[in-house]
Every structure is written in structure tokens, then in C-alpha cells.
Design a protein. Structure first.
Length: 242
């Protein structure tokens, strides 16, 4: 299995474009479209619809770890303690009391978000499942994110067409997708059933843009050990030029 690559294409001043994660002949594309929604699309030459994110590209791995942990914990909008303390000191306020109040408010938000994640089926047994916001839940394609030991597995599924009427436009579009062996899931930034968890994926996309545009990518110690154990890589090389 080759090392995971990251590339960005067509990124404009508004952030529209595509981030491609590439391993062997598989592409996992994360696209921010003109309708301001995200699309996760898997391109694969085989019937295997999984995509692995592991430590062989450690910066990418860390971003997906952040995504997974944020969704599982429900702590989507963590409080900025340093900023609160600075603002309180400028206003001559007791920051201990303000921090306590903000923390209590955040804990209430977390509780509500976790309850919504369970109610919508977004999280079950620590597996994240996102049904495409393009279609009803009965027929929507979807992906899952599963943590297995120290790596993450994205797996894409096309739901059965049996639940869609053959006279319905949904059936028509789903049929085209399946004929093309296209695995695509839409994440709405407005009106999603899973809102506000869509924010987590937008943050991932934005951070991946920054990472993809670095001239040099620092390799972490765990990734270095993976590379050092491979005969195909030079263990003395600590910087990877894109």
C-alpha cells in the first residue's frame, strides 16, 4: 500500500475547489461546490469501496483524528479559554466566574449535540454514518467512518433502489450513479439533518487546503518510523517535497 498523497485543484479565493486524497488507484475527493455544500466522492477501479486514513501521512491522519473525536465527543464549538481570560482582564471582570458559566453552557450544548447524533443515527457504536443530504434516508447513499486500532476506514454504500419509485427523479439520478460506480455523498451546509455536525467537515476541508498548499511537509516521528521500515523509502529523509 503506497503512502497517502494529498492534492488540491481549482481552489479559488472563496475556497471552492477539490481536495484529493490519493492512495494507489483510489481517490477520495472532498469538493466544496458552488452551491456551498461539500461532496465526498470515492473513485475506485474495483468493488472495494473503502479508503484508509492511517499514519503514513501523519498530518492528514491528525486532521481526521480531530474530525472523528470532535463528532464523537459532540464538542463542536469548544470555548476559547485564553481569549475569554484576555477579554475579562481588559474589562476588569472575574474570568473564573465567566469561564465557569461558559463551560456550563458548552456542556449543555455538547449534551444536546450528542443526543441529536444518537437520534439521527449519525453515531452508533462509535461508528459515524452520514446519509447523503441529496436524498431521503430510505434511498440515500452514505459513508461510514470507523476507527480501527490506529487508523480510520471510510466506507461508501449505495442504498437499495428498491425503496425508490421508478417514476421518481431520485431513482433516475441514483441509477446513473450506480451505473458509473460513483460513490458520492452530499453534506449540506444549510438544512442538513445532522446540523451542526456539517461544521466539522467544513473545518476538515479548510485545514486540508492549508496542508495541501505547503511547500514542505514535516514528517512526524510515527510516520518516520513507518517510512524507515520500508525498503522503498530512504529513512534519512525527514522532509517530503510536494
Amino acid at each position: 500500500m503506497n503512502r497517502l498523497e494529498i492534492k488540491s485543484t481549482g481552489i479559488n479565493k472563496d475556497g471552492l475547489g477539490t481536495i484529493s486524497l490519493i492512495r494507489d488507484k483510489k481517490h477520495l475527493d472532498i469538493s466544496f461546490a458552488g452551491n456551498l455544500d461539500l461532496y465526498f466522492t470515492l473513485y475506485t477501479p474495483t468493488e472495494d469501496t473503502t479508503f484508509i486514513i492511517n499514519k503514513d501521512n501523519y498530518p492528514v491522519y491528525l486532521l481526521f483524528t480531530k474530525l472523528y473525536q470532535t463528532i464523537i465527543s459532540g464538542n463542536i464549538f469548544p470555548i476559547d479559554k485564553e481569549n475569554i481570560i484576555k477579554e475579562c482582564e481588559l474589562s476588569n471582570l472575574d474570568y473564573h466566574q465567566i469561564l465557569l458559566e461558559k463551560e456550563l453552557q458548552n456542556q449543555e450544548r455538547i449534551s444536546n449535540f450528542k443526543a441529536k447524533a444518537q437520534a439521527t443515527g449519525l453515531i452508533k457504536n462509535n461508528i459515524i454514518t452520514w446519509l447523503s443530504d441529496d436524498f431521503s434516508s430510505e434511498i440515500a447513499p452514505y459513508f461510514t467512518i470507523t476507527k480501527v486500532n490506529d487508523y480510520y476506514v471510510f466506507e461508501f454504500f449505495n442504498n437499495s433502489l428498491n425503496n425508490a419509485s421508478k417514476n421518481d427523479l431520485d431513482y433516475f439520478f441514483l441509477k446513473i450513479m450506480q451505473l458509473k460506480n460513483n460513490h458520492s455523498v452530499r453534506i449540506r451546509n444549510s438544512g442538513s439533518s445532522y446540523e451542526p455536525f456539517n461544521v466539522c467537515f467544513m473545518k476538515l476541508y479548510q485545514e486540508l487546503i492549508t496542508l495541501s498548499q505547503l511547500d514542505y511537509e514535516q514528517i512526524g516521528i510515527e510516520e518516520y518510523q513507518i517510512l524507515a521500515s520500508s525498503k522503498e523509502n530512504n529513512p534519512k529523509r525527514v522532509l517530503h517535497k510536494k
